[in-house]
Ligand binder design. Structure first.
Ligand SMILES: *[C@@H]1O[C@H](CO)[C@@H](O)[C@H](O)[C@H]1NC(C)=O
Ligand SMILES: *[C@@H]1O[C@H](CO)[C@@H](O)[C@H](O)[C@H]1NC(C)=O
Ligand SMILES: *[C@@H]1O[C@H](CO)[C@@H](O)[C@H](O)[C@H]1NC(C)=O
Ligand SMILES: *[C@@H]1O[C@H](CO)[C@@H](O)[C@H](O)[C@H]1NC(C)=O
Length: 335
């Protein structure tokens, strides 16, 4: 198999996709009818993530960006730094609008300045920004071996919860911040299967049946965002992007070192969520709503405050994140 062969097959594939796309869109101009780019994109096929950047000039970063997310985090490439910022999240409970967006499930903070959940990400000498929670996204898969967007050492998890926050020191709202330098901080937590779920996750997922179809929404009250996170300050952080169009490279990711738990039953309920907008137009299942990992890139820096040298089972050149995940993975497979 020579490289020329690969190139021409790739070109052929692009041509085919271009043709298919035009057939698909025949009669509906994306700009002039009610049909929108937001409805076009998906996680597979000709509107999947390999093609987001190919057709909409506003989404060029999806294909050309060099700091894209998600990534498969290679534990051997982490830079240990003990004094990384501390992550602190407001305690108080909030209300939000839990919605089926057609791409996933999102909990959006209802705009009320009193209720704002502040997230501080600052070093001990108070350097760093304060962010404000905007939205929580949930990603999941059709089997236990896929679903998360990020991976660790090649391993995916059954799901991932992502908290999107914007820099409220510099910007007034999320939509502006997502296009600006240092605009967003996204906190990622893996979902692992267990006998008993995280209680806040259970609170969110208790309403999944009310948002089975696209555009359905329900207000959820009394959610403690802080308790949705595992009790740890250990994480991996790196500069990346949104994992949906337009893939803006304005996101500092913080991937927590411990998962939270979801039960098999909750996961099965999630998997019944649909992309379509009603029982008569249910559309496909929404499962596997994750973007494939992008290149980690030699020039990007992945920092961690997980210090292996202080742990008992010292393993050279294998940071603790990996061993922790191995541990969790074993636990998970015997559940
Ligand atoms: C929740 O979101 C949906 C879809 O965007 C919207 O139609 C609805 O008005 C929102 N509800 C509230 C209470 O904000
Ligand atoms: C949220 O509410 C505050 C206060 O009412 C207002 O100043 C701000 O513009 C609102 N933000 C958004 C994104 O609607
Ligand atoms: C969040 O930060 C804003 C701006 O600094 C502040 O006015 C508000 O009181 C904070 N909220 C809480 C719950 O601490
Ligand atoms: C967000 O902030 C920008 C810049 O301050 C402003 O132009 C825009 O109208 C705001 N959007 C919303 C939805 O409040």
């Amino acid at each position: 198999m020579d490289s020329l062969g690969i190139v021409s097959r790739q070109c052929l594939r692009n041509v085919l996709v271009w043709i298919l796309l035009n057939v698909f869109l025949a009669g509906k101009s994306l700009d002039n009818t009610g049909y929108s780019w937001d409805e076009w994109w998906s996680y597979d096929g000709i509107s999947g993530s390999d093609f987001w950047g190919s057709y909409n000039p506003d989404w060029e970063l999806c294909s050309k960006g060099q700091f894209q997310s998600p990534v498969d985090i290679d534990p051997a490439k982490l830079l240990f730094q003990p004094n990384l910022p501390l992550l602190n999240i407001d305690q108080h409970k909030i209300s939000g609008n839990f919605t089926n967006t057609g791409h996933g499930l999102a909990f959006s903070v209802i705009n009320s300045t009193d209720e704002a959940v502040n997230v501080t990400f600052r070093t001990s000498d108070n350097l760093g920004y304060v962010y404000r929670l905007h939205e929580i996204h949930i990603h999941w898969g059709s089997s236990e071996h896929k679903g998360s967007e990020h991976k660790i050492h090649g391993q995916a998890f059954p799901g991932e919860v992502q908290l999107f926050t914007y820099n409220s020191v510099i910007y007034h709202n999320f939509s502006h911040a997502q296009t600006q330098p240092h605009g967003l901080l996204a906190i990622s937590v893996f979902l692992q299967i267990g006998d008993k779920s995280n209680t806040e996750l259970a609170h969110l997922l208790s309403k999944v049946e009310s948002v089975r179809f696209r555009d359905q929404s329900i207000v959820i009250q009394q959610l403690s965002v802080k308790n949705l996170l595992p009790q740890t300050q250990a994480y991996v952080t790196y500069p990346g992007s949104l994992t949906r169009p337009g893939c803006q490279e304005t996101v500092q990711w913080v991937v927590m070192n411990k998962p939270i738990y979801i039960t098999k039953q909750q996961l099965n309920t999630l998997r019944q969520t649909r992309k379509g907008d009603g029982p008569k137009a249910a559309g496909p299942l929404m499962e596997n709503n994750f973007r494939a990992v992008r290149k980690m890139g030699e020039h990007r820096i992945f920092r961690t405050n997980i210090d292996l040298s202080h742990t008992k089972n010292k393993v050279q050149s294998c940071p603790s994140m990996y061993s922790n995940f191995e541990y969790q993975a074993k636990k998970w497979s015997i559940v």
